[in-house]
Design a protein around this ligand. Structure first.
Ligand code: ATP
Length: 245
């Protein structure tokens, strides 16, 4: 199917097409399509644009990444399908590791995601799920690289449910979430929650990391994630404006 660029839902339809292609390539799963649909609904209600509450969280996230001893960006199938290049940009800018972590893990899926990264970013090291363990987590996502997430003090966990964020926080790891639903467990548990579509949030984050590297990191002590989430929820409930067309 060719979507004409003049179609009012062009950007949204392109993202859907990327995900459908990712399912065909074993990078994403059918369940990932449903998770994307949930995100789309929130994005629609938020007007499909970045709000000040997300910009504030992006600034805090950049500071957290730059101050970390060992930051890791966690990648699942949807993240790979929607934002692989941006993940590489953020990792390059702040010196973070990239690690695949899948709820519906199979060696085939992990290999498919590795090969997607290798085809566009041949020099980039992508860690996988082997050898290490996050305590208190029952799913396969508990399995991590001991030298990656197993050694991290800050982990970015975009587009996933709350179990792993909660388990990481219980181990003393700080968590950055990217989640369009400010009411989700992940959003509520995380140290910093960017309530925005990952396709807009990560390019902003990459630019902010570069800016803070140049000008000095911001002091994170004034950042209040609960107030950021409250602003996002207020905008959802009060606004419900729908996207600009
Ligand atoms: P929780 O356990 O945290 O309450 P959940 O059960 O809603 O989460 P999933 O069904 O795994 O978790 O959904 C993943 C989350 O990712 C959803 O909250 C959804 O809103 C969000 N999401 C999906 N697509 C995007 C996107 N493109 N950008 C940002 N967030 C997204």
């Amino acid at each position: 199917m060719t979507v004409p660029p003049t179609h009012p839902r062009y950007a949204s339809l392109l993202l859907r097409e990327r995900l459908v292609n990712a399912v065909e390539a074993s990078v994403a799963t059918p369940a990932g399509l449903i998770a994307h649909g949930r995100g789309e609904a929130f994005d629609y209600l938020l007007g499909e644009r970045t709000h000040p509450f997300a910009e504030e969280a992006v600034r805090a996230a950049a500071s957290l990444l730059l101050r970390a001893r060992h930051p890791v960006l966690s990648v699942n199938g949807n993240v790979c399908a929607l934002a692989m290049d941006d993940v590489v940009d953020v990792a390059g800018a702040c010196g973070a590791d990239i690690e695949i972590n899948l709820f519906y893990w199979s060696s085939r899926r992990e290999a498919a995601i590795r090969s997607a990264f290798a085809s566009r970013h041949p020099g980039v090291v992508v860690r996988g799920q082997e050898g290490g363990r996050i305590p208190g987590l029952a799913s396969h996502r508990a399995t991590v690289d001991p030298l990656g997430i197993g050694d991290a003090d800050v982990v970015m966990t975009p587009l996933e449910d709350g179990d792993r964020a909660e388990a990481l926080l219980a181990c003393g790891v700080q968590v950055i979430a990217i989640d369009l639903n400010p009411l989700s467990r992940t959003a509520r548990a995380a140290t910093v929650t960017i309530v925005d579509n990952i396709v807009r949030a990560l390019p902003l984050l990459a630019r902010e990391v570069v800016r803070q590297k140049r000008e000095g990191t911001i002091d994170p002590t004034g950042y209040d994630n609960n107030s950021v989430l409250a602003s996002a929820e207020h905008t959802l409930r009060a606004g419900a404006v729908g996207p600009e067309e």
